[in-house]
Design a protein around this ligand. Structure first.
Ligand code: ASC
Length: 148
């Protein structure tokens, strides 16, 4: 019985992001903005180290990169049809050029996964390089799909 419950819970946790349901478009918008906000906060902490603004701390970099990698998976289930208006800077191109948007999202997820690997390795130069590439992947998507 216990095992059945554990199996069900694990299955649910895997299925949740893809099946995320939102009552209203505003809920989806809030959710994805929250995910990006948390991701950016932790990404920025690695950025501060990369830029020499705060001392390099390998354990902190690794912890932050892990959170970034996890958060990076969350926002995209909240870009459903009908969520392009309201309190959002999302451009209509997200829905008219979905393949390009999805590719940009996948690229970002790939780069933050690399950042996570680098951060676990603890080498400052490798982290800096991976951070730069990840930042470029954020910027690339913003340039095409986010209003100023
Ligand atoms: C950040 C952050 C972003 C990206 C982007 C990179 O730290 O919050 O959205 O980096 O600015 O160009």
């Amino acid at each position: 019985m216990k095992r059945l419950l554990v199996t069900a819970l694990v299955g649910l946790s895997v299925a949740l992001p893809a099946a995320a349901q939102f009552q209203k478009p505003e809920d989806a918008i809030k959710y994805r903005k929250a995910a990006f906000t948390v991701m950016a906060a932790h990404f920025g902490r690695i950025g501060a180290m990369s830029a020499g603004k705060v001392p390099f701390d390998a354990a902190a970099a690794a912890a932050n990169a892990e959170i970034v990698a996890t958060m990076s998976k969350l926002p995209y289930s909240a870009f459903g049809e009908g969520t392009g208006t309201g309190e959002t800077r999302a451009k209509p191109e997200i829905w008219t050029n979905r393949a390009k948007f999805d590719a940009a999202a996948a690229k970002m997820q790939e780069e933050v996964t690399k950042l996570n690997v680098a951060a676990k390795g603890g080498n400052f130069d490798a982290i800096k390089t991976a951070f730069g590439a990840a930042g470029q992947s954020c910027k690339g998507c913003h340039d095409d799909f986010r209003k100023e």
